[in-house]
Every structure is written in structure tokens, then in C-alpha cells.
Design a protein around this ligand. Structure first.
Ligand code: ADP
Ligand code: ZN
Ligand code: ZN
Length: 690
């Protein structure tokens, strides 16, 4: 006979468990426990027929336990409870981004943790503790250069700051921002506190990690990002949670790293869109870092050469302290920007003759060039010259891209890949031709244009998602660039990220205009940041800086964006953008949320969104918001799913939050009612792409 637990001898604990998406925002489940459990304790609990990982959550006390509650299965002990600040961060994020606490809390823990029972966990922990004890980091740290005058002043200001402040560090590439991060980290560690460093994509910025590792060789630094194996990620996370990590360096997920003595958060390239999670809880790690700094009385250092206009505006308002490093270290100049007016070039020009000549000169001098184009593959579409057939994707409202190397037609949205047909599938015509170009074709064009008179080939390396798919492929290609085995580097925006190339003296954007006419109001901001960052890859060696150039092929050379780029004038660009945003009532002068719906038919998605708008009408909080009519996403259909979205706009953030909190339960109820044949819906707060 099984004995039912005696509810009188037990306490009731609230536990955050992974509940389905919208089963009620902020809900935790109650369980019984033999002994009181501190909030932040990890437990395993029954959920339906399964036993799952859960976290004891701070709860309103009082209610007596009920006999119907199920007991906690086991406690994962041996680890300190997750810090209270961690629970508060998760609670805040769950409310702000309109997801359940359980979903968010469990999603940001290392996945491996979900698999371990009490015994397995104890074993892992014991092994880790032993490893940590036997491998105390020692050996020699590199010697920092003495700070420049500008850096010294800035570091003084940082040291004098009251805790919990956010600083926007605006400095061109090469102005010594990273050195400031390192110095600030040093001071934080010396004060016995921990440092969190967030980077957009770790594999694209291996040097940053290397610099931190070299400077803090005597300290324990762990990384957190998606390229780690599940076991590594668990080990690193546990090291942080045990309080044994001095520094954590990671991608957006690392903003949730439990650090009991956090003193400094650095967000490098704070404008980078990859800080925003694009699925599940769509949080912004940058924005959460700012919140976390306040919560834990840690300084937050947001660094960028082209800050996001949201951060820039906050710095103007005085909410962030704005600090600047206006000069490159060593007085090196920024590359001279040369705009090629494509309307003045012969028809069919792919790469303008003066640009080809400039690259040739570089090759002759043993310098490198970087040419980028934000589109991979050979050509974005194939077409039949007879009947007009185009290589559409049968499952998406998009073209399939022609990849010449493996002669495939590939859909970049649903992944459908097929061999290129020999003849037009509609009329049998053998003459099917590519339209437009991607990086593969650009590489081919450059090889043709740059070949010497004797036919000697130039050494070109292409870096994009296709050429770097294999393990180690990216590193190998970057190594050959650094070693000087490459004359011209071709790639997508992947190559414009934080690489510290020493021999590149020319950077060229061959077709960046499309973003000038995008329907997304942030397209210009992103293009400007991309071009500035790309420019920053040239002339990183002060010796070569004077001769370095950034080339832009454009049909609109007098566009104000390019004018500002020519002068490297972020402030002027930001001011003009902010004026436009203010008059149009766009962020940062308003606040947005997006309701998205996926369905088999566009009509079903539209119907759901329209019904959602109708449920908003009677709400008190709806008076403060504007709901726009549903519209399809730019690529409306992906893998046979139709995607529509509805914009919610509000003048003030708290009013938007109030509205969403009232609206969400309506949406959950609406979804439960039959008749809305949608597959998924989601709310995206502060959406990045519109
Ligand atoms: P950013 O992060 O703004 O691009 P870095 O911190 O990487 O700038 O600095 C650019 C280059 O200048 C690096 O090679 C760095 O080692 C060097 N550097 C930075 N600060 C100093 C300094 N105070 N003295 C000498 N060299 C420095
Ligand atoms: Zn045809
Ligand atoms: Zn497709």
C-alpha cells in the first residue's frame, strides 16, 4: 500500500517548470516538500507523466498546502541556490517579453541539466569541483599597454561612477574600446567582483576572447555560447553558478549566467541585432543587461562605433552616461571613403574599373582587399529566356538561389535543395540563365577581372555561410588571410565583423543600395553600422592607415547616408535619423510590439489577427495604443506556412506593458476557442525587424 503524503508535515513550494508557451503568463506550479526549500533551488518534480527539472520560485507565502498537491521528486543539492537577483531578472524578463516564468527560466538553463537526476547531477558536480581544484589558473598574463590620455580620463570617469549606471562608450573601430573593457574588468576583479562580457557572435570575434584570455591568464574565464558541446556548456555554467568564474564571456544567452558577485557587464557592439533572440522568449540581451546592472549594482558598459539609436537617444537624454573615444589609437586615420557613381559607369558594369585598378595596386604592394556583398550563392534566381520561368520555391514566396559549385537550386528559407535542371522545366528551353549575383559569382567576376596579363591567378578566399560550413573551415580561412596567403577576401557581412585584419587596406561594398529603400525603418541604421564596421576592417595597422580606402558602388552617391559615411560622421547620421523617427513617431520616440500569426492560409492568419484586434477594443489600456491592420511578412510564405503580423504602437513603454498584460490572456482565450485555424502565434516586444 502506498502512503499518501501527510499534507500537514509538508510545506508548499512554488516551482517554475517548463510549461507550454502561453499556458498563463507568470504561472508557477505548487508542490509539496518535506522541508522548506530556498528560492532558486533546483528540483525535479512530476509534471503529467514525466519528471522534469524545476526551480523553486519566490512565492507569496501563506496558503496552506493542499492534499491534492504532488510532492517534489528530488532536490538537486550540492549547489548554492540560484541567486535572488537571477530569479528577479527572469521574473522581469518574463513579464516584459510576455512569456511564462517557467518557459523562460528553464529555457535559459543549460539543456544538459534537464537530463540529470539527483545522482547524475551529484556525480557531475563532484567531478567538476575536483577539476576546478586541481586546475587553478596560473602562468603569465600579458602586460597591458599604458592607457592613452583619452583612455585614462575615461577610466577615471568609470571608476568614479555610482554603481548600477549604464555607460555608452562611443568610439570608432581601433579607438581602444576593447582596452577600456580590459582595464575596467581588471578593476572590477581587483575589487573582488565578477565580470560578464557579451559579444554578438563568438566565432566571428575569436580575437576578443583571445585578448581576454591572455590578459586574465591568472583568472578563471568561461565562455557560454551555442557552439559549446552540451557538456561543456553545463560545466561552464556550473562554474559560474558556483562562484568560481571570474569572467564569463558569451553570446546573448550569457546575460542569464548566474554570477553571485557581478560587478561589470560589457556589451560589445551593443547595436548588433544578434542580441535579440528571434524565437521563444524574444528578449534583447542588451536591454536585459542594462536592467541587470541596476538590479545587481553593476556598471554596464555598452560599446560601439555606431550605437543603436535607442541607446544613443538615452545617452542624449542623460539616462546613460556618454563617453567617447573619438580617435584611433596611434592617431591612425580612418579609411578614405570613395563613392563610385554606378550611373556613370558603362552598362553591365559589375565592378567599376577604378575599383579593379585600386585592388590591383594593393595586390602589387602585397596588401589585401576585402570585397563584400550581402547575398550568398551564385545568383539569387535562374530564369528562362524563352518563357520567363523563374526558379521559385514551391513552398515559399521566395526564389531559389542558384549555387554554381554544387549546381543546386536552394531555398534559403525552407532549405529545399535540388539539382539545377538541364532545361527549363516549363518549356524545355536549354537557355536558362542566372539573374543578379551572390558571393560565388562575385568571386568569379573578381577572378576574371584581376587575373594578370600572363593569366596568373589572384588568390581569393570566400567567406560566407556556404564556404565555412565544415568544422574548422572558418578558422582555416581566417588563418590563411592572417598569414597573408590571400590577396582578396570576398564574403557576406560575416567578414565585416570584429576581425582584426592587419594587412587589409581596401574594403569595398559592391551593391549596398537595396537597404536605402527597404520598408523596414531600421534598414538605414543597419546599413550605416555595417558600412562603418566594414570600413573599420581597413588600415588597422597605423602604418597603413593613411593609404586605406573604403569603396562603395552606388546609384545614389548623394544620399545623406553616404554623405555621413564619407565623413565617418555617426553623430550627424544619428541626428538626421532621430529627426525622421521623431516626426514619424517611430522608436525610440514610440514603443512597439508585434503580434505574429502563422497559418496554413493567409486568410486564417488574418482572421486571427483581426479577432485579436477586436478583443483589444474593450480593454481600458487599449486607449493608449494604436493597432495597425495585419500585413504579411516580407517573405510571406515559408515552408507552406503563411505568416502575417500586426503592429502595436504606443507612446510610452509602461502603457504598452499595461496593454500587453491585459491583452495576452485575451489572446490565449481566443486561441483556445475553436475556429481559429492558426499554427502558432507570438508577441514580439521591441521587435527589431518590421
Ligand atoms: P577597439 O576595440 O575600439 O577597436 P582596441 O582596444 O582593439 O580598439 O585597440 C585598437 C588597437 O590599439 C589594438 O591593437 C590595441 O592593442 C591597441 N591599443 C589599445 N589601447 C592602447 C594603448 N593604450 N597603447 C597602445 N596600444 C593600444
Ligand atoms: Zn522556359
Ligand atoms: Zn522554400
Amino acid at each position: 500500500m502506498t502512503t499518501a503524503p501527510d499534507p500537514d508535515a509538508q510545506t508548499r513550494v512554488a516551482v517554475a517548470v517548463e510549461t507550454p508557451q502561453h499556458s498563463g503568463v507568470n504561472a508557477t506550479l505548487d508542490y509539496l516538500s518535506e522541508q522548506p526549500l530556498a528560492p532558486g533551488t533546483m528540483v525535479r518534480v512530476p509534471l503529467g507523466k514525466r519528471t522534469v527539472l524545476g526551480i523553486v520560485w519566490p512565492a507569496a507565502a501563506g496558503e496552506a498546502p493542499e492534499a491534492s498537491l504532488r510532492p517534489v521528486t528530488e532536490v538537486l543539492d550540492g549547489l548554492p541556490a540560484l541567486p535572488e537577483a537571477w530569479c528577479r531578472l527572469v521574473t522581469f524578463a518574463s513579464g516584459y517579453y510576455q512569456r511564462s516564468i517557467g518557459e523562460l527560466a528553464l529555457a535559459v538553463l543549460p539543456p544538459e541539466l534537464h537530463k540529470l537526476d539527483r545522482a547524475g547531477f551529484a556525480q557531475r558536480l563532484a567531478r567538476l569541483r575536483k577539476a576546478l581544484d586541481s586546475a587553478r589558473p596560473a602562468a603569465a598574463a600579458d602586460t597591458p599597454p599604458p592607457p592613452s590620455e583619452a583612455q585614462a580620463t575615461l577610466l577615471g570617469q568609470l571608476a568614479a561612477l555610482e554603481p548600477g549606471r549604464t555607460v555608452l562608450l562611443h568610439g570608432v573601430t581601433g579607438s581602444g574600446k576593447t582596452e577600456v573593457y580590459l582595464r575596467a574588468a581588471e578593476a572590477t576583479l581587483a575589487a573582488g567582483r565578477q565580470v560578464l562580457v557579451l559579444v554578438p557572435e563568438i566565432n566571428l570575434t575569436p580575437q576578443l576572447e583571445a585578448r581576454f584570455a591572455a590578459r586574465f591568464a591568472g583568472r578563471r574565464l568561461v565562455t557560454l555560447h551555442s557552439a559549446l558541446t552540451p557538456v561543456q556548456r553545463l560545466r561552464h555554467w556550473l562554474t559560474a553558478q558556483l562562484g568560481e568564474a571570474d569572467l564569463v564571456l558569451g553570446t546573448r544567452m550569457a546575460v542569464f549566467a548566474p554570477l553571485p558577485r557581478l560587478g561589470l557587464v560589457v556589451v560589445d557592439e551593443e547595436h548588433d541585432p544578434s542580441y535579440k533572440q528571434q524565437e521563444g522568449a524574444r528578449y534583447s540581451a542588451r536591454d536585459l543587461a542594462v536592467y541587470r546592472g541596476r538590479l545587481e549594482q553593476a556598471t554596464v558598459l555598452l560599446g560601439s562605433a555606431t550605437p543603436s539609436l535607442e541607446s544613443w537617444q538615452r545617452a542624449q537624454d542623460g539616462r546613460y552616461l556618454k563617453l567617447a573615444l573619438p580617435q584611433r589609437i596611434g592617431g591612425g586615420s580612418l579609411p578614405r571613403v570613395r563613392l563610385v557613381d554606378m550611373s556613370q559607369q558603362p552598362r553591365q558594369t559589375t565592378i567599376a574599373a577604378p575599383l579593379v585598378e585600386a585592388i590591383r595596386e594593393r595586390i602589387a604592394r602585397g596588401e589585401q582587399s576585402l570585397v563584400f556583398l550581402n547575398r550568398r550563392g551564385y545568383a539569387p534566381v535562374l530564369h528562362c529566356t524563352d518563357c520567363g520561368w523563374k526558379s521559385g520555391c514551391p513552398h515559399c514566396s521566395a526564389w531559389r538561389v542558384f549555387h554554381k559549385l554544387d549546381r543546386s537550386l536552394r531555398c534559403h528559407h525552407c532549405g529545399l535543395a535540388e539539382r539545377v535542371p538541364r532545361a527549363c522545366p516549363e518549356c524545355g528551353n536549354l537557355d536558362i540563365a542566372p539573374i543578379g549575383r551572390g558571393t560565388e559569382r562575385l568571386e568569379e567576376q573578381l577572378a576574371g577581372l584581376l587575373a594578370g596579363p600572363d593569366g596568373r591567378a589572384v588568390r581569393i578566399a570566400r567567406i560566407d555561410a556556404d564556404s565555412t560550413r565544415g568544422k574548422g573551415a572558418l578558422e582555416a580561412r581566417l588563418d590563411s588571410v592572417h598569414a597573408g596567403d590571400v590577396d582578396v577576401l570576398v564574403g557576406t557581412q560575416m567578414v565585416t565583423k570584429g576581425h582584426d585584419f592587419r594587412r587589409i587596406t581596401l574594403v569595398a561594398a559592391v551593391a549596398p543600395d537595396a537597404a536605402l529603400f527597404s520598408s523596414d525603418f531600421r534598414a538605414a541604421e543597419r546599413l550605416f553600422a555595417l558600412l562603418m564596421q566594414a570600413a573599420g576592417r581597413a588600415g588597422r595597422d597605423a602604418d597603413q592607415a593613411a593609404a586605406s580606402e573604403m569603396w562603395v558602388q552606388t546609384w545614389h552617391p548623394r544620399h545623406p547616408l553616404y554623405e555621413a559615411l564619407r565623413r565617418h560622421d555617426f553623430e550627424a547620421f544619428a541626428a538626421s535619423q532621430l529627426r525622421e523617427r521623431e516626426s514619424a513617431g517611430l522608436p525610440p520616440f514610440s514603443h512597439l510590439a508585434m503580434l505574429r500569426a502563422d497559418a496554413k492560409t493567409a486568410a486564417a492568419a488574418r482572421e486571427f489577427l483581426e479577432a485579436a484586434a477586436a478583443t483589444a477594443e474593450p480593454l481600458d489600456s487599449a486607449a493608449a495604443v494604436t493597432l495597425y491592420p495585419p500585413v504579411p511578412l516580407t517573405v510571406a510564405r515559408v515552408a507552406d506556412v503563411e505568416r502575417l503580423q500586426m503592429l502595436v504602437e504606443c507612446a510610452a513603454r509602461p502603457a504598452l506593458q499595461r496593454f500587453l498584460a491585459e491583452w495576452l490572456p485575451q489572446l490565449i482565450a481566443l486561441r483556445r476557442r475553436s475556429g481559429h485555424a492558426i499554427l502558432r502565434w507570438a508577441v514580439d516586444v521591441d521587435p527589431l525587424s518590421i
